[in-house]
Design a binder for this molecule. Structure first.
Ligand code: SF4
Length: 374
């Protein structure tokens, strides 16, 4: 699979700590695309596994003019075997998804999934978060996308948003006509707001200009949102992800299954494994990342690192942690350490896996950290 990082945004959202630049002058975008295509040519040999998904993330990929997107698509087609690709996603912000842009996107015959950053359907909240779109634009974006022939549409929401703002509902209800959920959305990602150091939001919180809900309220919103989505026909498959039948994100699911991927563009990460040549070790895993300053970082994961990452990602999914991925020598220890979570109803053990409950998913990171091999 391939991940393309597009590092431009129209402006910075108050809560965002992703690597993105608030500048998209034409020549900068062109230079970025030149460098991206050059990177594809240079690294095409690194993608030894069949490519089944391509994901354009950011930043704001929909900031790219159609001509530049078209150049990237041509580069991908030239450098990689895309004959087995099933899912190609473009992250987009609602204000970019005009009829014309979507028609142009469809004419590339490449993208078959859109991930739209709606975040909230409350205009006051959107302004507070420094988003550029309105609630109406968000609803229009979903409709425009469908009219242009996109039928696999994911939307992002944030819960646990600042309190005290008029009209802020914990979640855009599933039953009203204005809700994008009633317009054929196939996938929802819903994230609890986190305050990252160095963001505008962290300054606002420190100065008392913004008050966040307490943990109990955030948990209440998680459960409410989950129930509403299930009522609307979605299945939860990860702590923050919900899908209609057949519409789980293939790309994200592959990350969780530790499928190797090639990350292109500034700030992108890659994950690979290679045969070690030893008869006793099946493969060695490597993580590599492009630093924004143009340098490259790389680390080789030890068996312990890999085990800890597997536990961390698996316990965030409703499939849970399969015993088959736990080395035999670790199983007894793992079961002993799982027992308190089983006793309190956060984990259900089955014959071949440990499955988190809805409450357990909320505590997945803490549970996983307590199970890590040091
Ligand atoms: S649009 Fe996305 S990547 Fe850009 S600043 Fe906002 S949250 Fe961050």
């Amino acid at each position: 699979m391939i991940y393309i990082h597009v590092p431009f945004c129209h402006r910075k959202c108050t809560y965002c700590a992703f690597f993105s630049k608030v500048e998209s002058g034409e020549w900068k975008v062109e230079r970025y695309v030149d460098a991206l295509i050059e990177e594809m040519e240079r690294r095409k040999g690194e993608q030894a596994h069949a490519i089944q998904t391509v994901y354009f993330g950011g930043g704001t990929p929909s900031i790219l003019p159609l001509g530049q997107l078209s150049r990237i698509v041509e580069g991908l087609r030239r450098c990689f075997d895309l004959s087995q690709v099933q899912e190609v996603t473009l992250e987009a912000n609602p204000e970019d998804l005009t009829h014309d842009y979507l028609r142009g996107l469809a004419s590339l015959r490449f993208f078959n999934r859109l991930s739209i950053g709606i975040q909230s359907l409350d205009d006051d909240m959107l302004r507070l978060l420094n988003r550029r779109h309105s609630a109406q634009q968000a609803v229009d974006a979903v409709e425009n996308a469908q009219a242009a022939g996109f039928h696999n549409i994911s939307v992002d929401f944030i819960y646990g948003l600042p309190v005290g703002h008029r009209g802020q509902a914990p979640f855009p209800g599933g039953g009203t006509g204005a809700s994008p959920l009633s317009k054929g959305v196939t996938h929802v990602s819903a994230y609890a707001l986190t305050v990252e150091e160095g963001t505008a939001l962290s300054v606002q919180v420190k100065r008392g200009r913004v008050v966040l809900p307490d943990e109990e309220e955030v948990v209440r919103q998680y459960h409410e949102l989950r129930l509403r989505l299930m009522d609307a026909g979605f299945e939860q498959y990860e702590v923050s992800n919900y899908a209609r039948a057949g519409y789980r994100s293939r790309h994200n699911s592959r990350y969780w299954n530790r499928t190797p991927y090639l990350g292109l563009g500034p700030g992108a990460h890659s994950f690979s494994f290679f045969e070690s040549g030893s008869t006793s070790v099946a493969h060695v895993e490597k993580r590599r990342w492009n630093n924004p300053d143009g340098t490259v970082g790389e680390e080789t994961l030890t068996d312990k690192d890999a085990f800890n990452e597997i536990v961390m990602t698996a316990l965030r999914t409703t499939d849970g942690l399969a015993l088959s991925v736990v080395p035999e020598g670790q199983r007894e220890r793992l079961h002993r350490m799982m027992q308190p979570y089983i006793d309190c109803g956060w984990i259900i053990p089955t014959d071949n896996r440990y499955v988190p409950t809805a409450e357990g998913l909320l505590h997945a990171d803490g549970i996983a950290a307590s199970l890590f091999v040091a």
